[in-house]
Design a protein around this ligand. Structure first.
Ligand code: THU
Length: 141
């Protein structure tokens, strides 16, 4: 599914769910709350929020939570991603999360950014993670 085949209603539902997820984020250390939704091949949305930890490196990003929820529900193809952060420096997935998304996205999968009020820039996975390594590189895939 390309950006254009995502209906405006789906896009709105995704950002609403990501904003709701962002409000649930556990980020007492960075105070930077993130919410994410991914839309799977079955048309189901899955949300995640960041969950930090007193042992800082053990914190997990919102993208990881959303992908976990998708896999648990049987989804394996991401049609679109919405990432909601705070402020006008638009959030983009961190490097590790770009690779996590790479597992389930196509090069052209849209990654929409937003905050609680507005949409930010849109990227494709390929723009965020060019020349990437993925499942098709492995002979067993
Ligand atoms: N974070 C995410 O959850 N996703 C992103 O796309 C960017 C960063 C989290 C990690 C950490 O809990 C906080 O934001 C500040 O880095």
């Amino acid at each position: 599914m390309s950006n254009s085949s995502l209906t405006p209603a789906q896009k709105q539902s995704m950002v609403a769910a990501a904003r709701a997820a962002q409000r649930m984020a556990y980020a007492p250390y960075s105070r930077y709350q993130v919410g994410v939704t991914v839309l799977d091949e079955n048309g189901q949305m899955h949300a995640g929020c960041n969950v930090e930890n007193a042992a800082y490196p053990q914190g997990v990003c919102a993208e990881a939570g959303a992908l976990s929820a998708m896999v648990l529900a049987g989804g394996h193809k991401v049609q679109a991603v919405v990432v909601v952060g705070t402020g006008g420096a638009w959030v983009t997935p961190c490097g590790g999360c770009r690779q996590k998304l790479r597992e389930f996205c196509d090069a052209e999968t849209p990654i929409f950014t937003a905050n609680q009020e507005n949409w930010g820039p849109t990227y494709t996975l390929e723009q965020l993670l060019p020349q990437s390594f993925g499942p098709e590189h492995l002979p067993s895939a």
